[in-house]
Design a protein around this ligand. Structure first.
Ligand code: NAI
Length: 445
């Protein structure tokens, strides 16, 4: 039996960040990973998608060539080169994480780890124990329960990221974060994209007005949306759904992407340790991210709280701080998120819709990209920002879409952590000309 200070199951953003930080705090750590280090985010999620998204952005800029005075432009789009660049980005970052995990206090065990009991984990024939254990096993794509099994192969986001050819047409089931990012990317690549979504509007996390404007923008770019449409079957001919008028419709497509959410990756062997979980909501944790066994923690997608890489990383720091007896002021309740479509969208805190639904008193201050000097100079006039404040002025949230929306939202997240008011934000000097003035001008209203 190998004994150490901390065992970590899973080397995604939650697991590797916990290992790195714990090692710096002087703990000896053993981290288990059955696949590549980096988890979903690096290997089949955020990073490869953002690499594709950058190619999409370049293609969209090329389409504006005459606006920028570049005439008679002639080019060929090489999808194999797009794949190669994506693979290079992923492998270089993976090498970086492997270096990080080569710290003298960290041992990386390549293999699947399983609980034998509440103190023992086994992997590749060895047994390990530690006074603290972190579960960071991530999530898996959900699939739709249809009456009949799909009559043709259906891709998930990992499959679409490793596709070796550019499909002529693509039907995406689900207009959530994954569905919208892939719709934007593949539309820019020249694929005919159709999105089928059950709800009235896309991206339920976003303010409805902003989500609608973003959807309309993608529609203008060529994406077809069928909203309030529930998929009933996947046949050899395509995706069958009932549209909002109750009519059965079929969308023929070369490829079908299922993007109807992700589920926590839980295992039967968690019960050997007494760790409670459900398949749908993941490992049960309290506000300190302790499972039903207090010295076993669950961080990242597996606890089903906030399925975002940066949430997993900050949960990791928070848990290690508890283990080493440090206090911190990490605000896990202020969790910014971004959707890397063209244009980008992002949000933090409460939306105007939620304020209305929950009867929360609020003030909504809006501003627009078209009124910002830098946005016009960049030829990026599209975008809107809503800053939500309490009647006393404290900032409660901000939702936006437009070029670099994520960077603007990041500033709001920082200010919310310090209980800043809209008036205080308006009084902070912002560089001119920058997109950040969009935020300042909302605050000034
Ligand atoms: P999601 O939960 O964001 O969206 C799934 C969508 O599928 C929903 O809008 C839902 O109404 C729709 N849907 C469900 N059943 C349907 C049916 N029968 N027919 C049509 N539509 C149906 O899930 P998504 O997009 O798969 O993303 C999974 C997770 O990954 C999310 O938690 C997300 O936050 C995370 N993620 C984050 C990214 C980022 O931060 N930029 C990028 C990609 C994923």
């Amino acid at each position: 039996m190998t004994q150490t200070d901390l065992l970590i199951i899973g080397a995604g953003p939650g697991g590797y960040r916990a290992a790195e930080y714990a090692a710096k705090q002087g703990l000896n750590v053993i981290i288990f990973e059955a696949d590549h280090v980096g988890g979903t985010c690096l290997n089949v999620g955020c990073i490869p998608t953002k690499s594709f998204a950058r190619n999409a952005e370049v293609l969209m800029t090329l389409k504006e060539n005459e606006t920028f005075g570049v005439n008679d432009l002639d080019y060929k789009f090489d999808f194999q080169k797009v794949i190669q660049r994506k693979d290079e980005v992923v492998s270089s970052l993976r090498a970086g994480i492997e270096t990080l995990l080569s710290h003298p206090n960290i041992t990386l065990v390549k293999g699947e780890a399983q609980f034998l009991d509440a103190h023992t984990v086994t992997a590749v024939g060895e047994e390990y124990t530690a006074p603290h254990i972190i579960i960071a096993t991530g999530s898996v794509p959900k699939t739709l329960r249809l009456e009949k099994p799909a009559a043709r192969p259906v891709l998930d986001s990992s499959d679409l990221l490793s596709i070796d050819h550019l499909p002529k047409s693509l039907c995406i089931i689900g207009a959530g974060v994954i569905g919208m990012e892939f719709a934007s990317i593949f539309n820019a690549f020249g694929t005919q994209v159709t999105v089928v979504e059950f709800l009235k509007e896309c991206l339920p996390v976003l303010d409805t007005d902003i989500a609608k404007r973003l959807r309309k923008s993608l529609e203008k770019q060529g994406v077809t949306f069928h909203m309030q449409s529930g998929v009933t079957a996947i046949t050899e001919d395509g995706v069958v759904f009932t549209d909002k008028k109750g009519k059965a419709v079929i969308v023929a497509a070369d490829e079908v992407l299922m993007a109807v959410g992700r589920a926590p990756r839980v295992f039967d062997h968690f019960t050997c340790a007494g760790v409670e979980y459900t398949e749908r909501t993941g490992v049960v944790v309290n506000e300190h991210l302790q499972t039903t066994v207090p010295y076993i923690y669950a961080i990242g997608d597996v606890n089903g709280r906030q399925m975002l890489a940066h949430a997993a990383e900050m949960q990791a720091i928070h848990v290690v701080n508890q283990i080493v007896g440090k206090t911190d002021d990490i605000r896990l309740d202020i969790m910014p998120a971004a959707i890397f479509t063209q244009p980008e969208a992002a949000c933090v805190g409460i939306s105007e819709d939620r304020c209305k639904e929950q009867g929360i008193e609020y003030v909504c201050k809006k501003s627009f990209w078209r009124a910002n000097g830098k946005a016009l100079a960049m030829n990026e006039p599209e975008g809107m920002l809503k800053l939500i404040a309490s009647p006393q002025g404290e900032i409660l949230g901000c939702h936006a879409y437009g070029a670099h929306a994520a960077d603007l939202i990041q500033e709001v997240s920082g200010l919310m952590c310090r209980h800043t008011t809209a008036e205080q934000l308006a009084n902070i000097v912002h560089i001119h000309p920058t997109l950040s003035e969009i935020l300042q001008s909302a605050a000034e209203q």
